[in-house]
Design a protein. Sequence first.
Lengths: 113, 118
Amino acid sequence: DVKVTQSSRYLVKRTGEKVFLECVQDMDHENMFWYRQDPGLGLRLIYFSYDVKMKEKGDIPEGYSVSREKKERFSLILESASTNQTSMYLCASSFSSATGELFFGEGSRLTVL
Amino acid sequence: AQKITQTQPGMFVQEKEAVTLDCTYDTSDQSYGLFWYKQPSSGEMIFLIYQGSYDEQNATEGRYSLNFQKARKSANLVISASQLGDSAMYFCAMRQVGYGGATNKLIFGTGTLLAVQP
C-alpha cells in the first residue's frame, strides 16, 4: 500500500514562529504536493514538486516555502506563522502517470495563536 | 482558467437510496481527468473513482458511478444504495496537465457534505 506520512497531526504555534510540516512517501513517486483545506474553500494548492530540488508555486504560495532534498520527502515551511495560516494542511504524492491519482497523508491541523 | 464547481454545500439522503452529487468543470484542454474523493470525519482523503476525458464509458467502481457528460462539462457522482458509512465530505477534482505533462496537478471543488439518514 502507498503510504504518505505527515509528521504531526496537530500543531499549535505562536504568531511569528517558524513552522515545519514534514511529509514522507514510500512509493517512489515523482510528484509531491502541499494543499491547504479550509471550510467552504475546498483544497487549494500551495506548492508542488515534480522532482528532487524542483518546486513550483501553486495557487496560494504567499507566506510559504518548500524543500525537497530527497525524492521521498517534501517539507512545507511557514517562515513566520500568522493567524490566517491556521488550517488543515494535506500532503499528497503521485506518479507522473496517465491518471495522476493523488495519494494523501492524514493531514496536519495547524493552529496559530 | 480551469475550475471545478460543486454547487451543493450539503445533502441528506435516506439509507439505501441513491444520491447524485453534482460537479461541473471548466477547461480548454482536450485531455484531462476527473476524480472524486471522499473525506470522512477522520480527515483522510479516499480516492473513489476516475474518468478520463477520452473514456467513452462512464466509470464505475462498486456502488460509485460517474455520470460523465462531456458536452455539458459535468461529472456527477452517483452513489447507489447509500450506507451510513457514506456520510462524509465529497470532493470533485480535475487533473491539470502542465507543460510536458509532468506535473498532474489536481484542482478541487469546494466539496459537498453528505449525510446519510437511517
